[in-house]
Design a protein around this ligand. Structure first.
Ligand code: GAL
Length: 691
């Protein structure tokens, strides 16, 4: 056992470059000890076998016939991996065979354990779909008589008589496997996240709404749109600049464009006075004109990408030089970055990234670097914010194992709404965060439905990088570019404003979910199976998820006539909007007009809703109205701190309990040494439904 409920199984001689070795934070051992005890290795040792071959190492772990497997990277295409094979490769073109922006080699089982394969190789998992000859004795005798002719009969021979998890690690002479005990699947995931260093807590403003302007915006364009958004009272906290802010891109110079942004300080001051945080796009590849290019040349890989260097972020010296240049931007007030194009294109005739056989000065090869590149890049920038004791929240296109403490949210060019929702679920199994960003829309309904999903996600992001005006001004890309607004844009804008206000009112609730993520490792967004692994009806649900402990979100999609089936697990649930009560363990057909998203609150829960502000400022105090669902028997914990520094890690954070009793609502501080301005004022209690 290497930590409470976590075992290490070492096979052969593991490689030097692995995600655990390059972890960003130590395990939260005290929090691990607070979880339910798990003293017995959850897998039978005698069921584990190892095969070393000239092409790598193969490990077999026992697996039961009824066991269901989740995780294996954040996946946009599939949730339940039982019976499938996946090869974990970082890719900008996600598919159902393992290519994804976050190919985390971790899985979790409904039997209540998790497994991390500590490798940066493109590892393959065969989740119970192989039929070894050694199983022959148990197999049915070969068919006799006439050969089968129907496809069904022919394919039935694919079935297996026993199951095992077969893990194929290429190249390596050995590998470390970390086994995370439960007893439940949720606790195995919690252990994995706490072992990684606990979950990331965004600054309060990070939970507001984000808007990214067109790639070619100059300071004037950005300020004009920023002012218009304020004039129309759209709640927005973060304004993002895309590639055009730099003197060169692609690749990146990391220096303001003298033509587009001649006075960055003046620009940032104006954005700040309007209540915006500014986030900058970049990718890691260092342009020849960048002031750090020559210094980084000996510290980079042997192939260029977009004419830029590929920095070896595993080296302290690289981080110092690269981070140093970013320090200057952070000192100007930049709140965070969007780290683009740090994934790969493993299947492409014309790949844009570095090859797998690249060599890096640390000794890593291109395959290892591809797997680790996203997390190493995130760490390089995150360290600069930590050094200043300032929290940050960012976007990133690639991540990997041990990433839960990193405040970076994944996004993709892949734009299918249903796949974007699925990734909210699958990111929760593997310690990463995901943003189902909105760009343009096919119809007004599509616009509303997509906004509903972003406001119920880890990062409420509108990515307008190819449109000059907001999508609610004109949904059509071409007309948007031609400056033609929709006739009814004011009406559409009003609906979008209300949806953004819903997000703003959920900030205190979400902040608690993230604080729990840090403290207990419980993912703030998660699939129902993590909560209800004993209920087989949750296994294949791909379009419903829990947001925090109390709210079940069931997004609607354009073209589905505002109707969908919602399965509610055991217990009772309340329609968040109407207060209608539903009994669990049943499916319902729900109908909801285009402006609302189906949300169900767990019976007994308390949900604090804030009066929406237009942006979260350091002095913001949220005025709360607490919704009490059913008997209100489940107290709610609010987390209060300065919302912007890391002082909460040293105890400068209060935990305030909201409680509902027969006599009414009560607010009670239960612990904490935060003495700054108070963040919350409970203005009222709203009993949603009688018992
Ligand atoms: C893409 C990225 C987009 C946008 C664009 C700018 O790679 O996914 O969100 O930033 O680059 O060129």
């Amino acid at each position: 056992m290497v930590a409470p409920g976590i075992w290490l199984i070492r096979v052969g001689t593991p490689e030097a470059f692995t995600p655990v070795r390059y972890r960003s934070a130590p395990p939260l051992t005290a929090a691990l000890a607070d979880l339910e005890k798990c003293e017995k290795l959850p897998l039978a040792l005698e069921g584990i076998s190892v095969l070393r071959t000239p092409r790598g190492v193969v490990v077999e772990l026992p697996m039961e016939m009824t066991e269901q497997i989740f995780g294996m990277g954040m996946n946009l295409n599939v949730v339940d991996n039982s019976g499938s094979r996946k090869t974990m490769r970082v890719s900008d073109n996600p598919n159902d065979t393992g290519d994804t922006h976050a190919p985390v080699p971790f899985y979790v089982s409904t039997r209540g354990y998790g497994v991390l394969v500590d490798t940066a190789r493109y590892v393959s998992f065969y989740a119970g779909n192989l039929a070894p000859v050694s199983d022959d004795a148990a197999a049915a005798p070969a068919q006799s008589g006439l050969p089968a002719t129907t496809t069904e009969q022919l394919y039935s021979n694919r079935g297996v008589v026993s199951r095992r998890m077969t893990i194929d690690v290429p190249v390596a002479a050995g590998v470390d496997l970390y086994i995370f005990g439960g007893p439940s699947a949720m606790q195995a995931v919690q252990r994995y996240n706490l072992f990684s260093g606990g979950g990331a807590v965004p600054p309060l403003w990070g939970l507001g709404v984000w808007y990214r302007g067109h790639s070619k915006f100059n300071a004037q364009n950005a300020l004009k749109l920023a002012a218009e958004l304020r004039d129309s009272h759209m709640p927005i906290d973060v304004f993002g600049l895309e590639p055009g802010w730099q003197s060169q891109s692609y690749s990146s110079s990391f220096v303001w464009s003298p033509d587009r942004f001649p006075d960055p300080e003046g620009f940032l001051k104006k954005m700040d006075s309007m209540g915006y945080k500014v986030n900058l796009w970049e990718h890691a590849f260092v342009h020849p004109t960048s002031p750090i290019h020559d210094k980084l040349k000996p510290l980079s890989g042997d192939y260029r990408v977009w004419k830029g260097l590929v920095p070896d972020f595993s080296l302290a010296e690289t981080r110092k030089i690269f981070g140093g240049l970013h320090d200057a931007l952070i000192a100007q007030g930049i709140s965070g970055f969007k780290l683009d194009e740090n994934d790969n294109q493993p299947v492409s005739a014309r790949p844009w990234s570095f090859p797998e056989f690249s060599r890096f000065p640390s000794g890593m090869d291109g395959e290892q670097m591809h797997s680790l590149f996203g997390v190493l890049y995130q760490q390089t920038l995150y360290d600069r914010y930590r050094a200043r004791n300032v929290r940050t929240y960012n976007s990133v296109r690639a991540s990997y194992a041990m990433a839960s403490p990193l405040p970076f949210v994944l996004y993709s060019d892949h734009y299918l709404h249903k796949d974007f929702v699925r990734a909210i679920l699958t990111s929760g199994f593997v310690g990463v965060l995901w943003s189902p960003e909105l760009r343009h829309a096919q119809s007004i309904e599509d616009l509303y439905r997509r906004i509903q999903t972003i406001v119920m996600s880890p990062q409420a992001l509108v990515n307008g990088w190819y449109i000059m005006h907001p999508p609610w001004w004109q949904i059509d890309r071409v007309k948007n570019a031609a400056n033609e607004p929709m006739e009814n844009y004011k009406e559409v804008e009003a609906v979008c404003r209300e949806l953004f206000q819903l997000r703003m009112s959920l900030i205190p609730y979400l902040y608690s979910a993230f604080s729990q993520y840090r403290e207990t490792g419980k993912p703030p967004f998660r699939a129902l199976v993590l909560e209800y692994p004993e209920d087989p009806l949750t296994f294949r649900i791909e379009d419903e998820y829990m947001m925090g402990d109390s709210l079940l979100i069931a997004p609607l999609f354009a073209g589905d006539d505002g109707k969908r089936k919602v399965y509610l697990p055991k217990g009772a649930w309340y329609d968040f909007w109407t207060g209608k009560r539903y009994e669990g363990q049943q499916s319902y057909t729900i109908e909801m007009g285009p402006t609302r998203i189906p949300v169900f609150a767990k019976a007994g829960s308390l949900v604090p809703l804030a009066k929406p502000v237009e942006s979260v400022r350091p002095e913001t105090q949220f005025e709360l109205n607490v919704k009490v669902f059913g008997d209100g028997s489940q107290p709610f914990r609010l987390y209060e701190d300065d919302g912007i520094t890391f002082d909460f890690e040293k105890g400068k954070q209060n935990v305030i309990e909201l409680q509902w009793t027969a006599g009414g609502g009560q607010v009670r501080k239960i612990k904490g040494a935060y003495t700054g301005a108070s963040r919350y004022r409970v203005a009222g209690w709203d009993r949603v439904a009688a018992q």
